[in-house]
Design a protein around this ligand. Structure first.
Ligand SMILES: C[S@@+](CC[C@H](N)C(=O)[O-])C[C@H]1O[C@@H](n2cnc3c(N)ncnc32)[C@H](O)[C@@H]1O
Length: 224
């Protein structure tokens, strides 16, 4: 009984936090962290997860459906090419390379991908060469080397523990005219709140929506 009430109270607090943008209040950061910890404890699909869980999910093919998100990927690639053709790219939470496998034919000066999952990244390491590097790393704490024309978070920013703090940290590694490209799954409260907060921190250069069946994604180009 008590645990059911406790669960309902947290569910409501979470809904209010996202619906009313409570992160802007004086104790918003604290509240955000508490909501986040509760989401993690509940195992919500759009909240941070341990490395072991990502490894298990890639191991049993849970993410193979990403291959079908054609419009989302091609829009993202279109933005990567249109805004920073042939430049230096950082792909944060690159998974097992659905984006890279499609993008690589357009050419690039440097492509760096990081992902928390060894299982995912191991499929990409055959591509490692002087211009290309795929490494296992936790994006919550990773310090990228060098500067980038574009930093891509394809359905990955909202899996970080402090998405907006991390966004700011990665943005510091952009070249002077560089951009961040986010792709956001629109059905998730957490992902849409992260996108809203990201838009408060940076300027929106471009944005478009793609849909497949009942599911949509927003692809957003941001500049510092
Ligand atoms: C929905 S998948 C998207 C994968 C990839 N962007 C793609 O297009 O195939 C989210 C990805 O974020 C990665 N991820 C989650 N938390 C992470 C973290 N803290 N550091 C690095 N990668 C993380 C997961 O392992 C997973 O590959």
């Amino acid at each position: 009984m008590f645990s059911a009430l406790h669960y309902q109270a947290w569910r409501r607090a979470r809904a209010a936090y996202y619906a009313f943008g409570l992160s802007r209040l004086p104790f918003g950061d604290l509240l955000g962290r508490a909501v986040s910890e509760w989401e993690i404890a509940q195992g919500f699909g759009d909240s941070p997860k341990e490395k072991a869980r990502w490894d298990a999910e890639y191991g049993d093919g849970r993410w193979s459906h990403l291959q079908k998100e054609l419009a989302n990927y091609w829009l993202l690639i279109g933005f990567m090419d249109a805004y920073r053709r042939g430049g230096e790219y950082l792909d944060v939470g690159c998974g097992d390379g659905v984006l890279f496998e499609r993008f690589k034919r357009l050419g690039y000066q440097r492509y760096v991908g990081i992902d928390i999952s060894d299982v995912a990244i191991s499929k990409l390491q055959l591509h490692n060469d002087q211009r290309t590097s795929f490494t296992q790393a936790n994006a919550d704490i990773h310090e990228p080397v060098g500067r980038f024309d574009a930093i891509v978070f394809n359905e990955s920013l909202y899996y970080l523990r402090d998405p907006i703090g991390s966004l700011g940290r990665y943005a510091q590694t952009l070249k002077s005219d560089g951009c961040i490209i986010l792709s956001t799954y629109t059905t998730s409260r957490r992902s849409m709140a992260v996108l809203r907060d990201a838009k408060r921190e940076m300027s929106v250069v471009d944005e478009a929506k793609t849909t497949r069946g009942n599911t949509s994604w927003l692809c957003t180009v941001l500049a510092p």
